[in-house]
Design a protein around this ligand. Sequence first.
Ligand code: DER
Length: 235
Amino acid sequence: LTQDELKKIAAYKAVEFVESGMVLGLGTGSTAKHAVDRIGELLRLGKLNNIVGIPTSKMTHEQAVSVGIPLSDLDSHPVVDLAIDGADEVDPYMNLVKGRGGSLLREKMIEGACKKFVVIVDESKLVEHLGGSGLAMPVEIVPFCWKFTAHRLQLLFEEAGCVAKLRTFGENGKPFVTDNKNYIIDLYFKKDIGDLNAASDAILRHPGVVEHGMFLGMATTVIIAGELGVTMKNK
Ligand code: DER
């Protein structure tokens, strides 16, 4: 099975939690895309009705419109019944790294307002420690004096051998700009960052920081699709 087929299996499994009449947080990324497609399909088939979607990014907003999911926002629906979203890393305690797609702020707002947050991953996302994959730990920051903020973040995790990099795109390396008109600093760690709550608090103490990509204690269910089948972990 390809990685994308595993993502689709996890996504379809998660959509089994969706009931008619629900207000749904719609995730962002290549795994969540399958869930959004599936919800649209079930609406078209009349197997689901009376669904309201709260998209976690402009990209998901457009995808949801294209598959016919009625949309709203947190102002109109401050409590969300269920969110389905992917993750970049999942540790054994169901803590997550998210945001490599750049949507972490809206994802965290919407998924923080959910009664149930179902995370869908293929097995490649499983790690022993967050930040352990050597891949980016995203932090959304204001563009004002971003070098200052990046440097402070790098110093914060000096013992973990942290390198902070401004996320850019395209060949001319222009700064990536989020849906909220902010920048993203990607943190790369060589060693374990230790206590996650302490790390989270330390990052958020910086005035230039808007939010980070560690989703601690937020997932209620993690669905993992692997070569040997699908497993589900509940909080
Ligand atoms: O950027 C994000 O938060 C995405 O949800 C990411 O965590 C998972 O993206 P993927 O499903 O494309 O791997």
